[in-house]
Write a protein that binds this ligand. Structure first.
Ligand code: AMP
Length: 282
């Protein structure tokens, strides 16, 4: 990987990296398109990273289809696929971790306390292997993207982080490799994530500023779905992931949901910009 990237850099080419765990869908492919806008050479990494899964999570069952992924990426015209094996990344005696300590504590961090340390560690390793100028992440994992931005700033990685919008199925469900776990009924029930997010967005656009009122309404709607079990519904300021009690004019927030549908844990979010009363009146 170093030899490939060093050569491209010597030729003056800009390298864009799209880190993934494979089992690719249109969400991942949209990140490749985004990377192409910014770079001459696009590298997609595929690595199901063991250190970001807790022992009770789905690491061993996580869907994998290397041949299909390769086909999709070559059709997309990516320049290289970086597909390391676990023992190449975490060799014997491995003992080094990257830990972003604050914005990893809440939301996903409350429910997956070891997750982000695994993510920031593997992303640092991938950055060192691929040596990209740009790296593209999806807004689908909004907190992950903010954690990576914080890490890049703090550790002075000379890499621009680009966030690409969420790609959804026609009926609103955010595309995810994990959607394959859903039964037919659960697939329908899973629409509660995107529909409650849209409802919350409408409440905010209509002038609601009380965060609790919005969260209670979403919770009420989700509770009607018998397979749904909420981990959290939160509204956070987009950079700090701070939870305000009232939404402030001019600020941008993510409405976040993490919810199990049956045994499948799904996350989704909606970005909202809070418009001032004055602008609302116009
Ligand atoms: P994963 O393979 O799930 O680790 O995801 C790899 C990258 O793709 C991450 O930056 C995700 O945020 C992004 N991603 C996953 N699903 C979507 C989606 N539906 N829309 C846009 N980006 C996505």
């Amino acid at each position: 990987m170093h030899a490939f990237s060093s050569e491209k850099r010597r030729e003056g080419k800009k390298i864009g990296l799209v880190p993934t765990m494979g089992f690719l869908h249109e969400g991942h492919l949209s990140l490749v398109d985004k990377a192409k806008e910014f770079s001459d050479v696009v590298v997609v990494s595929i690595f199901v990273n063991p250190t970001q899964f807790a022992p009770n999570e789905d690491f061993s069952q996580y869907p994998r289809d290397e041949e299909r992924d390769k086909k999709l990426l070559s059709e997309k015209g990516v320049d290289a696929i970086f597909f390391p094996q676990a023992d190449e990344i975490y060799g014997p005696g491995y003992q080094t971790y990257v830990d972003v300590t604050e914005i990893t504590k809440k939301q996903e961090g409350e429910f997956r306390p070891t997750h982000f340390k695994g993510v920031t560690t593997i992303v640092s390793i991938l950055f060192n292997c691929v040596m990209p100028d740009f790296a593209v992440f999806g807004q689908k994992d909004a907190q992950q993207a903010s954690v990576i931005k914080r890490m890049v700033k703090d550790l002075k990685f000379n890499i621009n982080i680009i966030i690409a919008p969420i790609v959804r199925e026609a009926d609103g469900l955010a595309k995810s490799s994990r959607n394959i776990y859903l039964s037919e009924k659960e697939r329908k029930d899973a629409l509660i994530l995107s529909s409650s997010l849209r409802y919350a967005e409408q409440m905010i656009l209509a002038g609601e500023r009380n965060v609790n009122a919005i969260i209670m309404e979403m919770t009420k709607q989700i509770a009607k779905v018998d397979t749904a079990h909420i981990d959290y519904v939160r509204i956070v300021e987009i950079d700090s992931f701070h939870e305000d009690k009232n939404l402030a004019s001019g600020k941008e927030y993510y409405i976040l949901i993490a919810c199990k549908i049956g045994n499948t844990r799904l996350i989704d979010n909606q970005l909202v910009k809070v418009i001032s009363e004055k602008d609302l009146a116009i």
